[in-house]
Design a protein around this ligand. Structure first.
Ligand code: SF4
Length: 66
């Protein structure tokens, strides 16, 4: 269950809103695990994003205040 939550931090809210699947679900590629040793925790599957820059912005978004 952890990887789907890494891929979609708001997954619980999606479920609460009645969705049964995230629009861009985790692909179980395990790139997050490979990167976990040296990079911030996040989804590193570029196929889930429109660009590499979008992916980096999403990963680094955990450091922005709400
Ligand atoms: S890197 Fe792969 S396994 Fe990890 S959260 Fe993203 S899609 Fe899922």
């Amino acid at each position: 269950m952890a990887r789907p939550l890494v891929a979609n931090r708001d997954l619980v809210r999606m479920f609460a809103d009645g969705m049964d699947r995230a629009p861009r679900p985790c692909t179980y590629c395990n790139k997050c695990l490979v990167n976990a040793l040296e990079n911030p925790l996040g989804c590193y599957d570029e196929t889930r994003y429109g660009s590499r820059e979008e992916m980096v912005a999403e990963i680094m978004g955990v450091f922005r205040s709400a």
